[in-house]
Design a protein around this ligand. Structure first.
Ligand SMILES: Cc1cc2nc3c(=O)[nH]c(=O)nc-3n(C[C@H](O)[C@H](O)[C@H](O)COP(=O)(O)OP(=O)(O)OC[C@H]3O[C@@H](n4cnc5c(N)ncnc54)[C@H](O)[C@@H]3O)c2cc1C
Length: 369
């Protein structure tokens, strides 16, 4: 589409998480000016935990002019290490895919989730993000779609992006209702001071310790903050939203792990630990109509075993912006967007469901992405 067409296109993005904020930035970078982001929450935030931003995401941050802000809020990592639970044997140590695929080395950036959303939203013009706007209904008219919010507001747009997460209202109303699938796992996450990490942090690279019983303990260093994101994924049949945990339970599931990991668990302030059941969705048949498209978890929520959910949302945003430039119309662009992105995220959804097994780690990056 021509820059003049993109400039006037009425774009409504539902959801102000990583996907929605990235989409707003990406679309702005190709000349769209009439963008509104609608977020249900009265204030924006993220759980206290670290996240790794992959080299292809970092390349997009350069294109969007926010690399410096991301770099200032993160630490550079060059590889991922997978070890046995006791930490005595390295099962895989591999450089991040695509680290050297660009004009300069793009390190994986280790960042706190709160800092990441702050950088993304801070890069958007004032007034673009509308808080307290919970989408209630969406009506797809073909070339436009009308959104109605619980606060009574109604908006019609030429392009609607559903970046409203795993329980997406846009997806359920436009593409058919589906339910998230419980993975049979819990994720426990806490951010602690490096001083309390018993020497677990020696550099900026994440380390995954693989238990025989299916439990995985992983460390995501945030050295620029003097902190470590201490994470555990463990099998469980309890699918409650925020499962209760105790120190004794953590000690039990960490039996046989590196003593430093167990010691951190013993000393954790449980009121500061985010405990969640983990869900994904089945791959969708399609995620666009002529004026509505899904992006991020709304389109392809995946298990976190590959650390690719947020990164995929960022790459979706870049792919959508490119498609709008290439396509002759919104309809054409959305078809290009899905054709480009969906095979990659389908594969990530599939591989993420295979999980990790201590006795079968061939590669740190089995999806090759
Ligand atoms: C334990 C765990 C670890 C993870 N680790 C990683 C990792 O290392 N790397 C990685 O890349 N990914 C990781 N992920 C995945 C990542 O967190 C998600 O893929 C990512 O947050 C998806 O972003 P999103 O913007 O698509 O959705 P969300 O973050 O869910 O954002 C959706 C937004 O839409 C809003 N919303 C919802 N409904 C409405 C409505 N009706 N109206 C208006 N607004 C609405 C929500 O309030 C929210 O702000 C992990 C996930 C888990 C559970």
């Amino acid at each position: 589409m021509k820059t003049s067409e993109l400039k006037n296109l009425r774009i409504a993005i539902i959801g102000g998480g990583y996907g929605g904020a990235s989409a707003a930035k990406a679309l702005q970078s190709v000349g769209a000016e009439n963008i509104d982001v609608y977020e249900q929450a009265p204030a924006l935030g993220q759980v206290g935990a670290g996240i790794g931003l992959r080299p292809p995401s970092v390349e997009l941050f350069r294109q969007w002019g926010i690399f410096e802000a991301i770099a200032a809020a993160s630490s550079p990592s060059d590889h991922l290490e997978i070890l046995t639970a006791d930490g005595k044997h390295v099962l895989a140590q591999e450089e991040w895919p695509f680290l050297r695929a660009y004009d300069q080395i793009n390190h994986n950036r280790m960042i706190h989730r709160g800092d990441f959303i702050d950088v993304l939203l801070g890069a958007l013009p004032e007034g673009m993000v509308h808080l307290d706007h919970k989408l209630e209904t969406i009506e797809d008219h073909g070339e436009t779609a009308t959104l109605r919010f619980t606060n009574g507001r109604a908006v019609t747009a030429d392009l609607v992006i559903g970046a409203d997460g795993i329980r997406s209202t846009v997806r359920n109303q436009v593409f058919g209702e589906i339910q998230p699938v419980f993975s049979g796992e819990h994720a426990y996450r806490a951010v602690i001071s490096i001083e309390d990490a018993h020497g677990l942090v020696t550099d900026d690279n994440p380390r995954f310790y693989m238990g025989e019983n299916g439990t995985i303990a992983y460390n995501l260093p945030l050295r620029h903050r003097g902190q470590l994101s201490y994470d555990i994924t463990a099998p469980s049949e309890d699918d409650s939203w925020a499962p209760e945990i105790s120190t004794e339970y953590l000690e039990k599931i960490l039996e046989g792990f590196d003593e430093r990991i167990v010691q951190v668990a013993r000393e954790l302030d449980l009121s500061q630990v985010t405990s969640r059941s983990v869900f994904d969705i089945d791959s969708l048949d399609s995620w666009h109509t002529d004026s509505v498209a899904l992006l991020g978890d709304a389109a392809h929520a995946m298990l976190h075993h590959q650390g690719q959910g947020a990164n995929s949302a960022i790459l979706d945003a870049g792919g959508l912006a490119d498609a709008l430039v290439q396509g002759d119309s919104v309809k054409d662009a959305l078809s290009i967007y899905e054709t480009t992105r969906k095979p990659l995220t389908d594969e990530l959804q599939r591989v993420s469901r295979l999980g990790w097994h201590a006795d079968a780690v061939d590669s740190a990056f089995p999806a090759n992405q």
